[in-house]
Design a protein around this ligand. Structure first.
Ligand SMILES: [Zn+2]
Length: 166
């Protein structure tokens, strides 16, 4: 099985979920795919830090050039935090928790009941790019997404040396 140009483009645009992404990047026949993918991501950003792994649309874990620390960074260059931290706590958050706010994005009858579900949108404080949306119950704490096991991914999935980390 091979992947189409369109699928690779979706991958670079961050439109695929992580399971599909990992499966695509680790196809045995497609060795070198991950490097090409990283190169495509790197070509889209202006910063010099080396991209280690994409984390969300327009957001990557990078190896900071100055000290080799792994940081979470927006395409615009804004640094959120260390890669082990929850970047959402460093984002600008917009919560849709009223009927008016919900019907901005949902047709009236399809909007969820805000007593049971709200929408939290996470934006870059510098450039305003939306990096994630959650639909939790209103009292649910900010969700810390998976922390990818980057060492294992490099070593066992894509067969590449793990980038240095301070
Ligand atoms: Zn940004």
């Amino acid at each position: 099985m091979s992947y189409t140009e369109e699928q690779v483009a979706n991958l670079v645009d961050g439109k695929l979920d992580w399971e599909t992404t990992f499966r695509m990047l680790s196809m045995p026949k497609d060795l070198g795919r991950f490097e090409k993918y990283l190169a495509a991501l790197q070509a889209r950003v202006a910063y010099a830090d080396k991209i280690v792994l994409p984390l969300a649309p327009h957001m990557n874990i990078v190896q900071r050039a100055s000290d080799k620390k792994w940081m979470i960074k927006c395409d615009c260059g804004h640094e959120f935090c260390d890669h082990t931290q929850n970047w959402k706590l460093h984002a600008s958050i917009y919560v849709r928790d009223t009927e008016e706010a919900m019907t901005d994005v949902y047709p009236k009858l399809m909007a969820p009941d805000t007593q049971w579900q709200v929408y939290r949108e996470y934006y870059c404080p510098k450039c305003g790019t939306m990096h994630d949306v959650e639909a939790p119950t209103p009292w649910y704490p900010v969700i810390h997404d998976f922390e990818p096991d980057i060492e294992t991914f490099y070593r066992d999935w894509v067969n590449l040396p793990v980038p240095e980390r301070a």
